[in-house]
Design a protein around this ligand. Sequence first.
Ligand code: ATP
Length: 239
Amino acid sequence: MTSLLQARGIEVRYGESEAVRGLSLAVGPGQIVTVLGPNGAGKTSLLKALMGALPCRGEIRFDGEPIHRLSLEERAEIGLSLVPEERALFGEMSVADNLELGGFLRRHEDARTRREAREEIYRLFPRLRERAGQLASTLSGGERQMLALGRALLARPRLLMLDEPSLGLAPRIVREILDAIAGLRDRGMSLLLVEQNARAALRIADYGYVIERGAVAMEGSAADLRDNPAVAATYLGGS
Ligand code: ATP
């Protein structure tokens, strides 16, 4: 299968320290690929490098085309999107206005198409419709993640990269968010999902990479990783 995203030999440095060391990965069309690993393994640095928010070495191809030299804005224009761990919402703006910003890349479309896109987000997360007029800063953690996801989706990305969407959320909300993510894949979207919650991520992912100290330690289908005793011992512990 041809990959939608193909990264080879990615290296990210912060001065003398190397956060990502020659890492390669691929995301196929309509796949959820998860990147698992402990704190400080380099997961966030990897996503930022792929998005163009951090300089890196190596080769990145999107739909077969090299994108290494493209800026973050140019990568967004061709269909990459990153929901960062800190969600990056505008706290003093309403839910509806935050969503509006997500449609910025689609500003050339007519009002009706944009309205329909917004309706689709409200169908996916009915809670956002209920809270459309509320300030983003007053949302719960789960609602904030839904808003961040909804805002990213309004740009209709082809590859959505998510940095720890389950972070700090109650198990029931984690399930709701991950089910929504699986639903996006079922509608053909490609997703790269960084998670520390390996159990939750492997439940919905098709393929996974375990990274340690900036390099791939293990990779395989989500089913194989779930059944792998080394993964189970380190990442699926007790819970
Ligand atoms: P976590 O799960 O804790 O978010 P991570 O796997 O996402 O971790 P990164 O945030 O990519 O890991 O960090 C990888 C390494 O790079 C860590 O050792 C971290 O301390 C270091 N690092 C990250 N950002 C910077 C920075 N701006 N300057 C210097 N070092 C950094």
